[in-house]
Design a protein around this ligand. Sequence first.
Ligand code: 4NP
Length: 152
Amino acid sequence: MIKICFVCLGNICRSPMALFVMKNLVKEQGLEQEIVIESRGTDAEVGCDMHPSSKRMLDQYHIPYKKHVSTQLKSSDYEEFDYFIGMDDYNIHDMIKILKKDDKVYKLLDFTRESKDIADPWYTNNFEITYNEIDKGCRGLLEFLMSLSKNE
Ligand code: 4NP
């Protein structure tokens, strides 16, 4: 089993969106038992639901989601997961600071041809661009994970 933790700043907009997009892709491949996914924020206001505009994007693309509860990333999470996937360089910096190690830390678009940051829609207010980048990153991540199991 592979355990993935998506991480953004607030755990309200991007990482919950990535969580449900990835869960949907994993389900399409029948890999729900093999790939377990959670999400956290480096500076989360704990206990909040997903941003309504993130929900709107998921609705638009017919991606199912459940009630979300924002959760803070903690150093004790390090042992729990195999991959911590951040959205931008700022996240990566904070994730390494919290986890105190960098060997499981990646940026989502590292799994695509263009390893750039995923813009924070909390500030840009453009959830469509963020959704498209997250979808691209999750497809690249899934392809990477599936290639690992093929090489085993
Ligand atoms: P996220 O977006 O990191 O994609 O969840 C943000 C959500 C909340 C805040 C910042 C970014 N905030 O400052 O409360």
